[in-house]
Design a protein around this ligand. Structure first.
Ligand SMILES: [Cu+2]
Length: 208
């Protein structure tokens, strides 16, 4: 009986444990893609704005290469991302560019919407009230010169994938429950039988 229980326990462990190990190994191999874009600080209808106030990422993690250009004839602008405290020194900052100043290119990795890797360190960016990561212009943040970085297609996984995954777990649980019932049935049948109650039943009594 001990060996029988051992075999069942081992089978269950292998069946449940093996699929858990496989995706962990597979997920690490893909390289991080890069998104390159140019953002211009400008004045539109006497309002200071970013040319692209919403950066939608196709996926994360993602390497983001942003070239910031001040296209304003008179105003100074910056492209800035604060950490979660919202106070200087700002971890990602083009500095305030005067009109005609050279472009500044900032390259960082969005690990998640709450984690950015930049210059060999990581920080938690200040969130945007509208969702995602806030970026802003230092002189004109109060005037509404803000933008945000968010994830495109935040819709839940496709129905097909969800059903497949659910079926997978239902299958595994079904196998486990079946095995459990085999064990329970074994004891029920064994206890209801008048045979093999004690060792005397096994003693060979000789030929008739
Ligand atoms: Cu500005």
């Amino acid at each position: 009986m001990k060996r029988f229980a051992l075999i069942i326990a081992t089978t269950l462990l292998v069946a449940v444990g093996t699929p858990l190990l496989v995706p962990v190994v597979a997920a690490q191999t893909t390289p991080i893609p890069t998104l390159t874009l140019t953002i211009i600080g400008e004045t539109n209808n006497s309002k200071q704005v970013f040319s692209k106030p919403l950066i939608l990422l196709p996926e994360i993690p993602l390497d983001l290469v942003i070239t910031f250009h001040n296209g304003d004839p008179t105003m100074a602008h910056s492209f800035t991302i604060a950490d979660v405290n919202g106070t200087p020194p700002y971890p990602i900052n083009s500095q305030i560019l005067s009109p005609g100043a050279p472009n500044v290119t900032l390259s960082f990795t969005v690990l998640s919407l709450t984690r950015i890797a930049y210059n060999g360190t990581q920080f938690t960016p200040q969130p945007s009230p509208a969702g995602g990561i806030l970026f802003f212009c230092i002189p004109h943040q109060a005037a509404g010169m803000v933008g945000r970085i968010d994830l495109a297609g935040l819709a839940p996984p496709t129905a097909e994938k969800g059903i497949l995954l659910r079926a997978y777990w239902i299958g595994l649980i079904g196998i486990a429950v079946t095995l459990l019932w085999v064990v329970i049935s074994y004891y029920i049948i064994k206890s209801s039988s008048r045979h093999f109650k004690d060792h005397a039943d096994h003693v060979r009594r000789g030929l008739p």
